[in-house]
Design a protein around this ligand. Structure first.
Ligand code: 5RP
Length: 262
């Protein structure tokens, strides 16, 4: 195992590395956002440079678009790609049903659109992202800037009838300024602590005028790849109901990706 990486970065890196097994030349690939997805983009960039891999990448954020171009991946828009073979992305939480909370990086709107336009969605994660019940991670909800207090009030009212433990809502900030998504919207983080019925919550939130998209991903993800700090990776494929364990031995000189750990 590389002495250059912390156990958590090792876990993210080997999950990303394992996910590259699903990528073949000629594919159109959705590229996720966040620190785990950044490892994936680095790994794919290396394959483009060294192994002649030819793919078109559709990034889920401006940040990922820049990283993908920097490492040599051909970047195209979703409109140009039209449909994708697969999307590989990180997650903030996932449960046994492969329901996800995403949007910790503020990109869940584009991430959901891109994943839904893909034959397959693969999630890469370290083991801390697995939960029995979703909701410890605040649920991101992308909302229009116009009428923010009205939208927030409607969400507050809606939460009263929902199976959740907490009801705090906080607007996401970037320093002293509101956080603005790549689509030009605000984010409200819902501190729910426990989400009893993600499907019902997702449907009802998305009916509120002003809500653009919530961070619950339901029936979208097909495969989850979980990395562990000791080099073990578990792959669970829901499409054919299989589980596999893979072991990585990252050598000390395998430290070329150290720079992407953020
Ligand atoms: C960004 C996301 C990310 O996938 C999620 O926040 C996980 O990020 P990381 O891999 O850095 O833990 O949903 O909107």
């Amino acid at each position: 195992m590389s002495s250059q990486l912390s156990p958590i970065d090792t876990a993210k890196f080997i999950a990303a590395k394992q996910a590259t097994e699903y990528v073949e030349s000629g594919m159109k690939v959705g590229l996720g956002t966040g620190s785990t997805a950044a490892w994936l983009v680095q790994c794919l960039g290396e394959m483009v440079r060294d192994d002649g891999l030819k793919i078109q990448g559709v990034p889920t954020s401006e940040h990922t678009a820049k990283l993908a171009r920097d490492v040599g991946i051909e970047v195209v828009s979703l409109d140009e790609a039209k449909w994708l073979d697969l999307t590989i992305d990180g997650t903030d939480e996932f449960d046994d049903e492969l329901t996800l909370i995403k949007g910790g990086g503020g990109a869940h709107l584009r991430e959901k659109i891109v994943a839904t336009a893909s034959d397959r969605m693969i999630i890469i994660a370290d083991a801390t992202k697995k939960v029995d019940t979703l909701g410890a991670f605040p649920l991101p909800v992308e909302v229009a800037r116009f009428g923010l207090p009205i939208t927030e009030g409607l969400i507050e009212e809606t939460l009263i009838g929902m199976d959740v433990l907490g009801r705090d809502i906080k607007q996401r900030m970037a320093g002293d300024e509101p956080f603005i998504t790549d689509e030009g919207n605000f984010i409200l983080d819902l501190h729910l602590k426990r989400i009893g019925d993600p499907r019902q919550l997702s449907l009802i939130l998305n009916q509120i005028p002003g809500v653009i998209e919530n961070g619950l991903f339901i029936d979208i993800c097909d495969v989850v790849i979980v990395g562990h700090g000791d080099g073990k990776v578990t792959v669970r494929d829901f499409t054919n109901d299989t589980s596999e364990v893979v072991r990585f031995d990252v050598r000390d000189d395998d430290n070329i990706f150290t720079s992407v750990a953020d």
